[in-house]
Design a protein around this ligand. Structure first.
Ligand SMILES: Cc1cc2nc3c(=O)[nH]c(=O)nc-3n(C[C@H](O)[C@H](O)[C@H](O)COP(=O)(O)O)c2cc1C
Length: 164
């Protein structure tokens, strides 16, 4: 029989914070409106077809937009672009249009792609799971592009934590 033990909160937090994460911007849309949020919870999930998984905070504007449009674009940030990560982790309902002074263009999905980023992948949602305070969206990569060479921005190189 399985032994029932209480979850060791400290161990859970310490170990989960050892997972390495990049910091990128997930661009979303709904009809003519665009938005974006700082995304750390992302991973590749299949070669063929090319699939990635993202987790999106359930009580955000971006989550509602993702659910409606079923598309998203991930713009990959460069190591020095902490300012962009900081801008996009503010909630739209508090700060308004985050793309006001950030140069972007619309990809094939209609989602915003940050011009100054290293590059992007665009995805169509092919599955989702709504459990807990974040929902998981499985996205098939239907477009991708490289803007320039550079090193990725990593969560561990910032003062912020997201996880645990
Ligand atoms: C370092 C860091 C990493 C984050 N990673 C994620 C993430 O992976 N998924 C997510 O949904 N929110 C993440 N967030 C929180 C969102 O960026 C935040 O909720 C944002 O305000 C949502 O924007 P919206 O309200 O305009 O939709 C992160 C925040 C920080 C500070």
């Amino acid at each position: 029989m399985r032994k029932c033990t209480l979850l060791d909160e400290k161990a859970k937090k310490t170990m989960l914070r050892k997972l390495p994460h990049p910091l990128n911007i997930c661009g979303v849309k709904e009809n003519e409106e665009v938005n974006g949020f700082t995304l750390s919870w992302v991973t590749q999930a299949s070669f063929k077809p090319p699939l990635i998984v993202i987790a999106s905070k359930a009580d955000t504007k971006s989550h509602a937009m993702l659910k409606t449009s079923q598309v998203f674009a991930v713009s990959f940030l460069e190591a020095g672009q902490k300012d962009l990560a900081e801008k996009f982790f503010q909630p739209q309902r508090r700060v308004g249009n985050k793309f006001g002074d950030v140069e972007f263009y619309l990809g094939e999905t209609g989602c915003p792609i940050i011009s100054a980023s290293l590059g992007y992948v665009e995805c169509k949602v092919t599955g989702s799971l709504e459990q807990g305070d974040h929902s998981v969206f499985l996205g098939e990569v239907i477009a991708a592009g490289i803007h320039r060479e550079g090193e990725s921005l990593l969560l561990k190189d910032t003062p912020w934590e997201y996880g645990g």
